[in-house]
Design a protein around this ligand. Structure first.
Ligand code: ZN
Ligand code: ZN
Length: 383
């Protein structure tokens, strides 16, 4: 799935592989001093999951800057009393409807004049107003921070990489099954192909689909994020399929573009340009590489071929607990790649009224290179 820009600024941090929630909270604690904060309340539910293991729909975590993790707390409401005990056994749980308010009170009770960081990029203005107007305990100062947990999440540990890899394998296998039984063929609708692909992923063991599956045939393939319709696949069409699975909370993201019957010269031409660009982008991935340089490695091939204006999005994005997360890899990106980042590489060329091609893999940055977790063939396949 393509994305326009980096969702979060990058945060430098120690490059350690954190396997359990307590060590993730310790890593966050290590970042709080630089923001002159005594503690942080995290309410973004994806970040709550990352820092605690808890997957409920209402929750927040209080993380202290101290090295002693014994004062960290999680708050959720009464629906999740047993779930939070099972999923976050190392955290004392506070049961309350307003999770942020109860954690703020907890922080204020432990230390007077406490300075509490909060996620400026997750809290709404209305929530902030509510917090600061009525519920604010005396002596508490709020410190806005951005992207701290998202920065930690960029470096995946071995268990996270294994989950992304499993999600990628589910996608690979589901697509292979569809191809094997000629389910991507003239006479079928985009919608039917999408639903069959999703059914394959579920039946292979996916927890969920990663996002709304894109199946785009003929001129629809020139629309980067086309939604499947009742359009019927026809001979000569490009069929662009962008999809993914979720396994144990982690997402995969891949795109393959097929052609139905013998391709026209223009189809072979743009396919080979995108394929070459995609290979160059993958080859440019390594720890420490500037994300804009990775984008450029692929983009310059498409520009040199004369299709720069028909490549309308960034090269890729991080993928993990969310389908789009840090880092962004685009022409205007400012960060560098971290060892253990799982990212997509997905250049495309889109010719309005005719058709388009995108090829996308999910890879893990691994020292001086990257390893693809997507294994489906990349050469043009004629169905
Ligand atoms: Zn995709
Ligand atoms: Zn993508």
């Amino acid at each position: 799935m393509a994305v326009a820009a980096s969702p979060h600024p990058q945060t430098p941090h120690a490059d350690s592989r954190r396997r359990d929630p307590a060590s993730r909270r310790a890593a966050l604690a290590g970042l709080l001093n630089a923001h002159d904060a005594d503690a942080m309340i995290v309410g973004d539910l994806v970040n709550v999951r990352y820092l605690s293991g808890f997957t409920g729909s209402n929750g927040a975590v209080l993380v202290w800057a101290d090295t002693d993790r014994g004062h960290d707390r999680i708050a959720t409401d009464g629906r999740y009393t047993s779930q939070v005990a099972a999923q976050a056994p190392d955290l004392e749980a506070l049961i309350a409807r307003d999770t942020v308010a109860v954690l703020l009170a907890e922080a204020a009770a432990r230390r007077s004049g406490v300075r509490v960081a909060f996620e400026a990029d997750a809290m709404t203005v209305a929530q902030y107003d509510e917090l600061t107007s009525s519920d604010m305990p005396d002596g508490v100062a709020l410190v806005p921070v951005r992207g701290l947990v998202e920065g930690l999440r960029e470096t995946k540990d071995d268990d996270e990489i294994a989950a992304v890899e499993r999600a990628c394998a589910l996608g690979d296998q589901a697509l292979a099954n569809l191809v094997d039984r000629n389910a991507i063929a003239p006479g079928r609708t985009e919608r039917r192909v999408a639903r069959e692909l999703e059914w394959e992923m579920y039946s292979l063991g996916a927890d969920a689909i990663a996002f709304e599956t894109i199946v785009a045939a003929g001129e629809n393939s020139a629309v980067p994020h086309h939604r499947p319709t009742d359009a019927v696949l026809a001979p000569g069409d490009f069929v662009k399929i962008d999809f993914g699975a979720v396994y144990d909370g982690y997402h995969s993201d891949m795109t393959r573009t097929f052609v139905l019957g013998e391709p026209a010269d223009w189809q072979r031409e743009i396919y080979e340009i995108v394929r070459t660009a995609q290979e160059a982008g993958c080859a440019a991935l390594k720890a420490g590489a500037a994300t804009r340089d990775v984008d450029a490695a692929a983009r310059e091939i498409i520009v040199a071929a004369g299709y720069g204006k028909q490549y309308v999005h960034g090269l890729g994005h991080g993928v993990g607990l969310q389908i789009h997360e840090a880092p962004g890899i685009g022409a205007a990106s400012t960060g560098t790649l971290l060892d253990g980042a799982t990212v997509t590489v997905e250049p495309g060329i889109y010719l309005p009224g005719r058709g388009g091609v995108r090829i996308e893999d999910t890879l893990v940055v691994d020292g001086s290179g990257a390893r693809s977790l997507t294994h489906a063939p990349r050469a043009l396949r004629i169905l």
